[in-house]
Design a protein around this ligand. Structure first.
Ligand code: SAM
Length: 282
């Protein structure tokens, strides 16, 4: 294949196994004038492995806005550029959004070269519903903000997908079990495509206990997928918004009081909300 002048290529790279790079990604990386890399030293290993000698420059979250104009100018002058991140698909919890948005505004053609992404890789093997899902990226680092984010998702019927780091995986799983329900089915996908790849499907309570008990399960990179909240047929069960309010209040108040207050706020029946809170606390 031959590449075209003045195009910004968004190139996905492996998330672990170098065999996952596509023939088209290699051809583009070899032929463009320059490669914008999230971390040039990190990407040097990948490029060396495939004997790609194209010059690189750094484009990361701290300099993306500052550098974007110069990058767009080069494209307008007819240079072809490839954007890569440390791993996987650029822009997916990675830099590049600002550059791509500005490229569109400037009338520059943006061509994606698809390949691995931890999100889709994990979903495909998760055993959870994949027809609709809700990608939340990384949860907040601070526990209060993380718990509030999870409370806001407690009634979400789509499969939930999160990225997580080794130093927060244990806390996040414990919070998920407490807020989304110990019995909620989930899949923990660790070190995908690498030697210690582990994909475990269990309940949130079981996953939280397993990770807490084994330090090896806290090493590496993680995608966490959680089954969506059961759908309530129209006319059956309490109003989802009322449930969401009750689920937030029950973090701070006894069950009865949370149900009463949520009923007063939403107009939903107190008993229905009390039953709902009993079910999720089980
Ligand atoms: N752009 C990447 C993608 O397309 O997947 C994601 C970049 S984000 C900065 C890095 C996070 O992705 C990690 O903290 C982890 O949650 C997830 N991740 C990346 N590689 C992974 C792997 N091999 N196994 C499991 N999770 C991975």
């Amino acid at each position: 294949m031959s590449i075209e002048a003045g195009i910004l290529y968004i190139v996905a790279t492996p998330i672990g196994n170098l065999g996952d790079i596509s023939a088209r990604a290699l051809a583009v990386l070899q032929q463009v004038d320059r490669i914008a890399a999230e971390d040039t030293r990190h990407s040097a290993a990948l490029l060396r492995h495939f004997a790609i000698t194209t010059p690189t420059f750094a484009l990361h979250e701290h300099n993306e806005r500052h550098k974007a104009q110069a990058v767009l100018q080069r494209l307008q002058q007819g240079e072809s550029l490839a954007l890569i991140s440390d791993a996987g698909t650029p822009l997916i919890s990675d830099p590049g959004y600002f550059l791509v948005r500005e490229a569109h505004r400037a009338g520059i053609k943006v061509v994606p070269v698809p390949g691995p992404s931890a999100l889709v890789t994990a979903l495909s093997a998760s055993g959870l519903a994949t027809d609709r899902f809700c990608f939340e990226g990384f949860l907040p680092a601070k526990s209060g903000a993380r718990q509030r984010a999870l409370q806001a998702l407690a009634q979400e019927p789509r499969t939930l997908a999160f990225y997580e780091t080794p130093h927060r995986i244990e806390e996040s799983l414990a919070d998920m079990a407490a807020i989304l329900g110990e019995g909620r089915p989930a899949t923990l996908a660790r070190e995908l495509t690498k030697s210690f790849e582990t994909i475990r499907h269990a309940t949130l309570g079981e996953l939280a206990a397993w990770v807490a008990a084994d330090a090896n399960q806290r090493r590496g990179e993680f995608v966490l997928l959680v089954e969506g909240a059961p759908k309530v047929a129209e006319g059956e069960g309490p109003d989802p918004e009322a449930c969401r309010i009750a689920a937030i209040l029950v973090q701070e108040l006894p069950l009865k009081q949370a149900a009463a207050l949520a009923a007063a706020i939403s107009g939903e029946k107190k008993n229905a909300l009390y039953q709902y809170l009993l079910e999720i606390s089980e």
